[in-house]
Design a protein around this ligand. Sequence first.
Ligand code: ZN
Length: 76
Amino acid sequence: MPIYEYHCNKCEDDFELLVGIGAGDKSLRCPKCGGDDLKKLFSTFAARSKGAGGAVTSSGPSSCGGCSSSNCGSCS
Ligand SMILES: [Zn+2]
């Protein structure tokens, strides 16, 4: 179930809402002020999965990536 981020034009607050399939924007309300003048922002679901997958596994330029030696010269 996707999470969408909304911006309330009434109280200028940003918040996240779980939006089920088939649920329209008409039923969405700001949890802070109850207003329905909302603007849908980019999904934070996509933004989070993009940032979590790019882990850097390299341990540095001087360490060998193929064996446990720090400078073996055979596997570069
Ligand atoms: Zn609001």
